[in-house]
Design a protein around this ligand. Structure first.
Ligand code: F6P
Length: 360
């Protein structure tokens, strides 16, 4: 191959620039040119590219986000046409534009939705390799995914700040974390910041259990309670809290607001003053941790080597600390957090953390 392309798509996260740098450096060493596709699948369909070389990527690995831009609504085989309001398959068009630039291979960095589109591009015969990234950490292909560890640190840092003000005011703080329907980020950040109660989307909680625990903690003399709740967590028999339905997006649900709902209920049922904080995009921003820089570099370089050696139609991830390759899955299957067997859940339960379940 003489020329390849890189694209980042889906929600951004820290560590993407490290992967981009690693691909460019690895390709340059083999005299292969690299171009970047801008703004995810928007740039793929519209043919928006930038040249990349060693000088351009030299110190990007320490920066957060993605220098190529990203978009998380677009899907190339289900692409929203603003004029007609219809969804269209535009995969062939995107591939044709890349070929016109002399591009012979494609590395796509994204979450499960993006890598499902990468599979489709690969099935159209265009040599493609995928790299998993997401702060949600819910992909079978890699444990952890790029961005997860930085997001944990960002959330822990924010929750520690909430603890000082909660202590001063004798308050209950309900902190809402991202992750869509996956609870990994809430579990890891909640645990690491010493949350008393962790509520995950994988297991509906009992409001009575949560309120009883709040009362017990406050009556024990502790001045505050920290509750970490996933944005898609819900009460037993209740509904998810949806902030917005995005009509032109492949994933239409945008979660948000469950923390305020729970805070109101706790204050009403326990009498303790309660506040809600949505951590939001703070969790995706900022500079990557060293572990995400290293992870991005390992996966970027491995993906580039695979592509240049014709090992395509695959995802490269980290499993058990080792770089591993697997074919694109035929369908989107998220890695489910099993709260009964997950090691950290067991540790947290052993240490008395409440997950909102009876008989804990
Ligand atoms: O999938 C990554 C993620 O950050 C989720 O955790 C979150 O629900 C969503 O993206 C937010 O999307 P947006 O950036 O469109 O608000």
């Amino acid at each position: 191959m003489k020329r390849i392309a890189i694209m980042t798509a889906g929600g951004d996260c820290a560590g993407l620039n490290s992967a981009i740098k690693s691909i460019v450096m690895t390709a340059s060493k083999q005299n292969v040119e690299v171009i970047g596709v801008m703004d995810g699948f928007i740039g793929f369909i519209e043919g928006k590219y930038i040249p990349l070389n060693e000088n351009i990527v030299r110190s990007i690995e320490t920066k957060g986000g993605t220098m190529l831009g990203s978009s998380n609504k677009e899907c190339p085989f289900h692409y929203y046409n603003k004029k007609t309001g219809e969804f269209e398959d535009r995969v062939d068009e995107g591939i044709k534009k890349l070929k016109k630039q002399g591009v012979e291979g494609f590395i796509i960095i994204g979450g499960d939705g993006t890598l499902d589109s990468a599979r489709v591009i690969s099935e159209h015969g265009f040599p493609t390799v995928g790299i998993p990234k997401t702060i949600d950490n819910d992909m079978e292909a890699s444990e952890p995914t790029i961005g997860f560890q930085t997001a944990i640190d960002a959330a822990v840092d924010a929750i520690r700040k909430l603890i000082t003000t909660a202590y001063s005011h004798r308050r209950v703080m309900v902190v809402e974390l991202m992750g869509r329907t996956s609870g990994y980020l809430t579990l890891y950040a909640g645990f690491a910041s010493g949350a008393d109660i962790i509520l995950l989307p994988e297991q509906d909680y009992s409001l009575k259990v949560v309120c009883d625990r709040v009362k017990k903690i406050m009556e024990s003399g502790k001045r505050y309670v920290i509750i970490a709740i996933s944005e898609a967590a819900k009460e037993k028999g209740g509904e998810e809290t949806i902030a917005q339905l995005v009509k032109d997006s492949f994933e239409q649900k945008r979660y948000g607001g469950v923390s305020q709902k729970l805070a109101n209920e706790i204050e009403q049922l326990t009498g303790y003053e309660t506040r809600a904080t949505i951590l939001g995009h703070i969790q995706r921003g900022g500079e990557p941790t060293t572990s995400d820089i290293i992870l991005g570099a390992r996966l970027g370089s491995a993906a580039c080597q695979m592509l240049l050696h014709g090992e395509v139609g695959k995802i490269v991830g980290i499993i058990g600390g080792k770089v591993l390759k697997m074919p694109f899955p035929k369908e989107r299957i998220p890695r489910i957090l099993d709260i009964t067997t997950n090691d950290l859940c067991i540790t947290a339960r052993d240490m008395g953390v409440c997950f909102g379940q009876e008989n804990e």
